[in-house]
Design a protein around this ligand. Structure first.
Ligand SMILES: Cc1cc2nc3c(=O)[nH]c(=O)nc-3n(C[C@H](O)[C@H](O)[C@H](O)COP(=O)(O)O)c2cc1C
Length: 197
């Protein structure tokens, strides 16, 4: 259990933002363990708790995975067509040799599973949101890194990280101390397709 809650739930939901610039301050083991504990309190289909975690706090390793992820993504036609249509800036970023997909964060938590199942991805992403809200409550910043999913599921990288062949890396999340104030975000109003009363 989190020892103390620094923000109420609604404040954490509204204050969480994708943070892409961090100080060099290292996140301690105890804090990571607190966040993982919050993560595993997410709901899971048929109470399977299928998740397993990888924590990387080695900047050289993260840089290496970032470089591999960029070349992998740029070589995949499906990925490049998606970014060309949805977010052309992403292609320019991936082509920039200085761009680190982990934004030089000192910690990456990968939420994954040891074996797949119909709701396992949903379970992992629910855990991811719990982790990000708990991090917000602790004054930390986070960002999901979808760019990393492909490389983290490459067979040799899975082996390196102890992810079994039948398992997968699902939700990569960087964590760190935000370098500056975090601007608030905006959202479209929820689109209600029907409301049957
Ligand atoms: C599944 C998923 C993958 C994402 N992948 C990336 C990514 O690779 N790089 C990145 O900078 N942001 C990534 N994001 C963060 C989104 O860009 C961000 O959540 C969105 O712009 C909304 O901003 P907010 O989180 O500050 O509200 C990802 C978010 C999700 C949910």
């Amino acid at each position: 259990m989190l020892a103390e809650t620094k923000l109420d739930t609604m404040s954490a939901i509204y204050q969480r933002r994708a943070v892409r610039s961090y100080t060099a301050k290292k996140i301690g083991k105890e804090t990571i363990e607190k966040l993982l504990d919050a993560a595993v309190h997410a709901p899971t289909a048929v109470h399977r708790e299928p998740w397993a975690f990888v924590i990387i706090q080695n900047k050289d390793r993260l840089r290496q995975y970032s470089d591999l992820a960029k070349s992998l993504l740029l070589g995949q036609q499906e990925a490049t067509s998606f970014f060309r249509a949805a977010e052309p800036k992403a292609l320019a970023m991936l082509s920039d040799p200085n761009f680190n997909i982990f934004y030089d964060a000192g910690t990456l938590v990968v939420i994954g599973c040891k074996s797949r199942g119909p709701f396992v991805e949903a379970d992992c992403w629910l855990a991811a949101e719990n982790l990000m809200l708990a991090a917000t409550a602790e004054g930390l910043g986070t960002c999901c890194i979808g760019f990393a999913v492909n490389i983290l599921n490459a067979p040799e990288v899975k082996r390196e990280l102890g992810i079994p062949e039948g398992g997968a890396a699902v939700a990569p999340i960087i964590i760190g101390v935000p370098r500056g104030p975090i601007p608030s975000g905006t959202r479209k109003a929820p689109e209600i397709l029907s409301w049957v009363a």
